[in-house]
Design a protein. Structure first.
Length: 186
């Protein structure tokens, strides 16, 4: 489900010349947080996929759009069932999906740019704090917040922030438990 969003993000980012300096760091941070095991294999597949994405063509773009719409439609259905909300109309759903596909790459790009700037400032002033250690959690929190706020009709900013923080914390704890399990059982 994250593949279409990652594809859009990396496709956009690799076209920006100033992002090339941050590409490897961004890839490492995203893979370290989202894909705890076999990162090298997945990174190789995504690099190959991005190189071939130039030749994707209209059929590939339609397939990617269909995959993205199917994911977001299922996601909206689940969120509406949980929150007992009425489903959105077709145009409102398309608007929400388009917003997610636009904001997520922009948000990720902006977060990597800002975090690189902050980390450089911390390094310049010799402050011993690695900002990139907390960045993955902040990114996941932000992604949960954006996805929840685009799907839930009713909800205050405070409740959306708390729920997305909780979901990010559960994701982070679950990922660490999984990594511990994999490392411990080798």
């Amino acid at each position: 489900s994250l593949i279409p969003i990652l594809f859009v993000c990396f496709s956009v980012f690799t076209q920006i010349s100033s992002f090339k300096a941050y590409y490897e760091k961004a890839k490492q941070v995203i893979f370290a947080f989202l894909i705890p095991t076999q990162q090298d294999v997945v990174a190789t597949y995504i690099d190959t996929f991005l190189k071939n994405s130039v030749n994707l063509g209209i059929v590939g773009l339609i397939a990617m759009a269909f995959t993205s719409l199917a994911f977001f439609s299922g996601y909206d259905f689940v969120i509406n069932r949980i929150t007992k909300n009425e489903p959105k109309g077709l145009w409102q759903s398309i608007s929400s999906y388009w917003t997610l596909l636009t904001l997520v790459p922009l948000g990720l790009g902006l977060s990597f740019y800002i975090s690189g700037f902050i980390q450089q400032a911390l390094d310049d002033y010799k402050i011993g704090f690695n900002f990139f250690e907390i960045l993955p959690f902040v990114i996941i929190w932000g992604l949960f917040f954006i996805s929840y706020s685009s799907s839930v009709h009713k909800g205050t900013l405070k409740s959306l922030a708390l729920v997305s923080f909780g979901a990010g914390a559960i994701w982070y704890i679950g990922k660490n438990l999984f990594v511990y399990y994999v490392v411990y059982n080798k």
